[in-house]
Design a protein. Structure first.
Length: 650
């Protein structure tokens, strides 16, 4: 272990917590490494991967998080690769071939890749020593970034007979740690935490009015030109505006957000890593997986989404141990924007009922098949909360996931069909011939007809997919798959849709309350009279942090009092019919009834849901005109108007 540390990685010794986590893994036990951002969590799987006999599979919420780690491993001569949607089929096949042969030591994938039946077929053929779960807090409903797909990882570990797991995260509260530990059966002694206090980070919170933030940002960064810096904002358009504002004021800056083309984002990231760009103005899309040691400044121009997000984002500064400044330009101006993200993820009761109606329709077969996108459109529930709803149905014992498959496979021949047939004899030749004959051919591509293959030749779907994959490996065909279809078993058929929909709606309403509380806990942190470093560490259960760091803004005597946003005109002065009539009319035309008060509130606050895309609601005059108002106030105003309208109709 020590020899590998020095010979391969060039480190003279382990950092805090690394040796304990690595020793647990090498002893054959599952473990969790909960270290602050930049404390060397990645080594906890990278080193064991070289000493374990088989493949190490690393799962991440976003593969972009892994790109820097992948480059680091490849620079050190370690056989590591990833599979992602940006790769060509040939590139992905080459990676899988290396894994099958045993040449590959580390394979990195996004969690969504495990839904791909072809990829799962591949994993069944490979021996895996270790499952690594990056950003492991995503598995907990109590975490700040719950990802329903993560809940399936313990099942996948069993399915692929992976003997142990290693969980990695930088942002887990005590409640989240307990949840993660239970889901992967990790012994308490193998949960390694090193504390969350970072003595080299100067945490600074300044109360700045909305009109003064631009000036203060220029003033503050003006004395730091040339130092690697990240400015975090909430919205993509703000990233563009602030980057331009800084550049006009002699601070060269570049915007980075998910709306930019992939190639452009990659180029910006590489330039920042190489020191060719020093100031990035970014949404939270930037920085995940970035391993740049000398970031000197992190500024939150807008409020972060939560204490966990704040901790993660400032954790990108000062990884070299040198002093670094982390500034929040704090006021309440963007509070409504943050809260609206939360409100938009709460499904309407009617939407939940529609999902349960679909589930009821599956009772005769005992099997429920659907495409997530169309179900989201039909129920008017965003895809992430829809996934959460499905997980809640699982946890209540109503459904169980069976598998996901691509509804459509199509291929084009790279050799003549006759040449392909000549490769086989007897029953196998008949089987291949059936695939060719039953597939409907256009000019170039042929679409596989699974129903015809089963009815006419009793060919099972799984065998057909494996055959197509084999043909592609041999470069006899090029293969494409589309329309991911989820398949669930229906375990309970006598449920009460009305009672269950109310129960599920109450769950989401409670989740909404807790997420709003998370935002206000962050405001309380920024306005605290206690040392910021101490308060932050205590939030994550770290009892070792000093009560006074001596170098945060509070320790310097500057307690932030977050100013309220400017007063807005009273809502009762607004023209409700003028703002909403176009949307109400379009909704009635499309759905045959008027929108609910909740739907109208989302329209006025500019919160997108699937229905708004269908109705082209963004183009209507009233969309988002009240986004500066608190959601609850708008909802109350809309409800009062709706009741008045009903009374007039009556």
């Amino acid at each position: 272990m020590y020899d590998t540390l020095q010979r391969v990685f060039g480190y003279p010794q382990f950092r805090g917590g690394q040796e304990a986590a690595i020793s647990a893994v090498l002893a054959g036990r599952s473990a969790a490494a909960i270290f602050p951002t930049g404390s060397g969590k990645s080594l906890c799987y990278q080193l064991p991967a070289l000493l374990l006999p088989h493949l190490t599979l690393v799962v991440s919420p976003l593969l972009a998080l892994m790109q820097d780690q992948l480059a680091f491993l490849q620079r050190h001569g370690i056989a590591a690769a990833s599979i992602d949607s940006a790769q060509s089929r040939d590139e992905a096949n080459a990676v899988m071939a290396r894994a099958r042969s045993g040449e590959l030591k580390i394979l990195m994938i996004s969690v969504e890749r495990l839904k791909n039946e072809r990829f799962r077929n591949f994993l069944q053929q490979v021996q895996i020593s270790l499952l690594v779960v990056d950003e492991a807090h995503c598995i907990s409903e109590w975490g700040h970034n719950f990802r329903p797909d993560y809940l399936k990882l313990p099942d996948y570990q069993r399915q692929f007979r992976i003997p142990q797991a290693l969980l990695l995260t930088a942002t887990a509260t005590p409640k989240v740690i307990t949840d993660m530990q239970a889901k992967f059966a990790i012994a308490p002694d193998d949960v390694v935490t090193t504390g969350f206090y970072r003595p080299n980070l100067n945490l600074l919170v300044e109360s700045v009015g909305g009109d003064d933030k631009h000036r203060r940002l220029v003033e503050w960064l003006g004395g730091r030109v040339g130092q690697p810096s990240i400015v975090y904002v909430t919205l993509q358009k703000t990233a563009e505006q602030i980057a331009q504002h800084l550049s006009r004021n002699a601070i060269p800056a570049t915007a980075y957000h998910a709306g930019l083309p992939h190639e452009q984002r990659e180029a910006i990231q590489k330039q920042f890593m190489a020191g060719q760009l020093n100031c990035i103005v970014a949404t939270i899309a930037f920085g995940m997986g970035i391993d740049k040691a000398d970031i000197r400044n992190v500024v939150h121009f807008d409020l972060p989404k939560s204490i966990e997000n704040y901790s993660q984002e400032i954790g990108r500064a000062g990884r070299d141990g040198q002093p670094s400044d982390c500034l929040v330009l704090a006021n309440r101006d963007s509070l409504n924007v943050l809260e609206n993200f939360v409100y938009g993820d709460t499904p309407e009761l009617e939407g939940i009922r529609r999902v349960l109606d679909e589930l009821k329709g599956a009772i005769p077969d005992g099997q429920w098949e659907f495409l997530l996108g169309p179900l989201a459109d039909q129920s008017n529930i965003r895809q992430l909360p829809l996934k959460t709803l499905l997980v809640q149905l699982e946890l209540r014992g109503l459904i169980a996931p069976r598998y996901a498959y691509f509804a459509e496979y199509r291929f084009k021949f790279l050799v003549e069909p006759e040449v392909l047939l000549e490769k086989f004899e007897g029953e196998r030749r008949d089987f291949v011939s059936a695939i060719i004959q039953t597939s409907s051919r256009a000019r170039t591509w042929a679409t596989v007809n699974f129903d015809a293959l089963y009815q006419q030749h009793q060919a099972e779907r799984g065998r057909v997919v494996k055959a197509l994959d084999f043909f592609q490996e041999r470069r006899w065909i090029e293969l494409e798959s589309k329309q991911m279809t989820e398949v669930y078993s229906l375990l309970v058929s006598d449920f009460d849709p009305h009672a269950l929909s109310l129960e599920l709606y109450a769950y989401f309403a409670q989740h909404e309350v807790s997420e709003i509380a998370r935002i206000h806990a962050m405001l309380a942190l920024f306005a605290t009279e206690q040392c910021l470093g101490y308060r932050l560490a205590r939030y994550f259960g770290d009892e070792q942090a000093p009560e006074r760091c001596g170098h945060c803004s509070v320790c310097h005597g500057q307690v932030a009092c977050l100013p309220e946003p400017p007063a807005l005109p009273a809502l009762d002065q607004r023209d409700f019919p003028g703002l909403c009539s176009g949307f109400i009319h379009r909704h009635q035309e499309h759905n045959g009834h008027s929108p609910s008060a909740e739907c109208l509130t989302r329209f006025l606050c500019g919160i997108s849901v699937p229905l708004f895309t269908k109705l082209k609601a963004r183009a209507l005059p009233g969309f988002s005109v009240l986004e500066a108002y608190p959601y609850a106030e708008v909802r109350e105003w809309v409800a009062a108007w709706s009741l008045e309208g009903q009374a007039q109709t009556a």
